[in-house]
Write a protein that binds this ligand. Structure first.
Ligand code: ATP
Ligand code: MG
Length: 565
């Protein structure tokens, strides 16, 4: 690190960890984990947790496991497992040989449950789900003991064995921890720890089990089994901590992880609940989990966000216990900053208007050189072809300038074609409906590269040769929701009521400069004056390449909000 570089202040979790190391806790060892449930793709909120957990391991010479908390087989599947592994790796993190599944511990966890029964700390309960809810009480009223609470250890052992053997139907019996039905903390009111689930095939254990441990029981004990020293999780688990501590005190797994909670990332104009993201996918509101409008890692990758810029974003938003509502503009600025430095510049025409340069020889093709970056020469240059026919953008021409600020091409006026010549518009060709279909212009050979002395041409527009331009489809993506917090919008509205109907505009007749046939799927470039665009990975429509808009050049939403506000 250079001496000028600022050392970022430590967040509260890093401070705790440094104290623990200094005090010789766990012999100075640091072990964390990222514990997703494979019931959906990872999203930007998970990225925060991944960067935190793997980052802590990296910074303090520790280890970070990837563990799937896979206790809910009917909502999970192997597609999600594979997608999660791919996304964590793509983000730049490595679990080495520490890929685990909570289901690896099903036999052990079953043993722990038997241990609790033997200690008189768990019992088989026959109450229905509904009765359990009523017996549970509320925040204001204590719960009521289950009539099955005082079954003998022998009876409980027998019934639990028969649950495992498949003698009972789903919902007929449950195993519950025996804690305190009057506890002010509802999580402590004899929580369910095992339930019966017939007829599901678990993606890891197949049909070996018909009873499954509940998440709360599994999660903390799995952390213990893995020797996790610091169990980092989001704030909603704070109320579960007493229960986790109870399990870890009753059962000696050899390690009692220290749980530390931090606030969830909530990103403006999107949602991060996996249940809702699943709905958007299943109900066809988006094209899939990797739709570039989705806040998923897969979607952001397809949109052209780099792993580095997502990591930078996670670093900058920090880790605290207070609300972590972040504006979309903040994320987009991280993306822009990265692309402004690293994305090569290219020319692309999104709304083509043909220009015939009448005084340019018909069969002449000229190779001109164009810099790949206006400031950074190390990005080199490429050749572009100039020819008699070129495309410019419809928005760069008006018959009459609407105001003095309009520096583009007008009838009888001059403009520079970027990296090439100055042209003058001599004639506007229209169809029968009076729509402009073509411009006839003339070029000035003396203007290549610079204006000759005394010549003032201020406007510069981009263009693509009609001779070898590549026909392409360009997708303009925008925010998925119009409401800043669709999850907590006005009462009586559903998050889906706030979907942005304009979140995708598809332009099917675009032209790209020829050098873009070298672009690799996933590569992001700047289309000059238009924004940053990424070659879609694998999606080709009508033999045309598809480019996704990653982000606009400027924050256009800020402008809109200012106007309307
Ligand atoms: P759901 O949306 O179903 O509630 P989840 O977001 O909790 O699920 P998990 O797979 O359990 O999904 O999450 C794995 C880890 O990522 C957990 O430790 C969780 O705390 C963390 N995580 C999830 N969402 C966020 C978020 N928005 N910000 C920070 N961390 C998050
Ligand atoms: Mg969860």
């Amino acid at each position: 690190m250079s001496s000028e570089e600022q050392v970022a202040p430590k967040n509260f979790i890093q401070q705790i960890i440094e104290k623990d190391i200094a005090a010789g806790k766990n012999s100075g060892k640091i072990a964390t984990r990222f514990p997703p449930e494979p019931n959906g793709y990872l999203h930007i909120g998970h990225a925060k947790s991944i960067c935190l957990n793997f980052g802590v391991a990296r910074d303090y010479n520790g280890t970070c496991n990837l563990r799937f908390d896979d206790t809910n087989p009917h909502k999970e599947n192997i597609e999600y497992v594979e997608a999660i592994k791919k996304d964590v790796q793509w983000l730049g993190f490595d679990w080495d040989d520490r890929l685990y599944y909570a289901s690896d511990y099903f036999e052990k966890l079953h043993g722990f449950a038997v241990e609790l029964i033997k200690k008189g700390k768990a019992y088989v309960c026959d109450l229905s789900a509904e009765d359990i809810r009523t017996y549970r009480g509320t925040l204001k009223t204590p719960g009521k003991d289950s009539p099955f609470r005082n079954r003998s250890v022998e009876e409980n052992l027998d019934l639990f064995a028969r649950m495992r053997a498949g003698e009972f139907k789903d919902g007929e019996k449950l195993l519950r921890a025996k804690i305190d039905m009057a506890s002010p903390n509802l999580n402590m009111r004899d929580p369910v720890i095992y339930r019966i689930r017939h007829g599901v095939v678990h993606h890891q254990t197949g049909e070996a089990w018909c009873i499954y441990p509940m998440y709360d029981f599994t999660h903390c004990l799995s952390d213990g089994i893995e020797g996790i020293t610091h169990s980092l999780c989001t704030l909603e688990f704070e109320d579960h901590r007493p229960l986790y501590d109870w399990f870890l005190n009753e059962i000696d797994v050899g390690c009692h992880p220290q749980q530390i909670e931090f606030s969830r990332l909530v990103l403006e104009s999107t949602i991060t609940s996996k249940r809702k993201l699943t709905e958007l996918v299943n109900e066809g509101f988006v094209e899939g989990w990797d739709d570039p409008r989705m806040p998923t890692i897969a979607g952001m990758r397809r949109r052209g966000y780099s792993a580095k810029s997502i990591r930078d974003f996670c670093e900058r938003i920090g880790v605290t216990r207070s609300d972590n509502f972040i504006e979309m503009a903040y994320l987009e600025n991280c993306i822009r900053e990265d692309l402004n430095t690293n994305a090569p510049r290219r020319m692309a025409i999104l709304h083509p208007l043909k220009v015939v340069i009448s005084n340019y020889p018909e069969d002449k093709l000229e190779q001109l050189s164009a810099a790949n970056h206006p400031q950074d020469e190390s990005l080199g240059s490429r050749e572009i072809t100039f020819s008699r026919e070129v495309y410019i953008d419809r928005n760069d021409f008006m018959e009459v300038a609407p105001n003095k600020k309009f520096k583009r091409l007008v009838s009888g006026g001059e403009v520079r074609l970027r990296n090439a010549y100055v042209i003058r518009c001599d004639e506007v060709i229209k169809n029968e409906q009076g729509e402009i279909i073509e411009l006839h212009c003339s070029y000035d050979e003396a203007t290549l590269g610079a204006n000759p002395e005394g010549r003032k041409v201020k406007g510069v527009i981009h263009w693509v040769s009609a001779n070898n331009g590549i026909a392409a489809e360009v997708r303009l993506y925008d925010r998925l929701f119009t409401h800043p917090n669709p999850d907590k919008a006005e009462e009586g509205t559903d998050y889906k009521d706030h979907l942005n109907s304009d979140s995708l505009r598809t332009l099917t007749h675009c032209y790209l400069e020829a050098s873009l046939d070298q672009a690799q799927p996933g590569e992001t470039v700047q289309f000059e004056r238009e924004g940053y665009f990424c070659l879609d990975s694998g999606h080709v429509v009508d033999d045309k390449p598809v480019f996704n808009r990653t982000v606009t050049l400027r924050d256009t939403w800020a402008k809109i909000e200012k106007k309307s506000g």
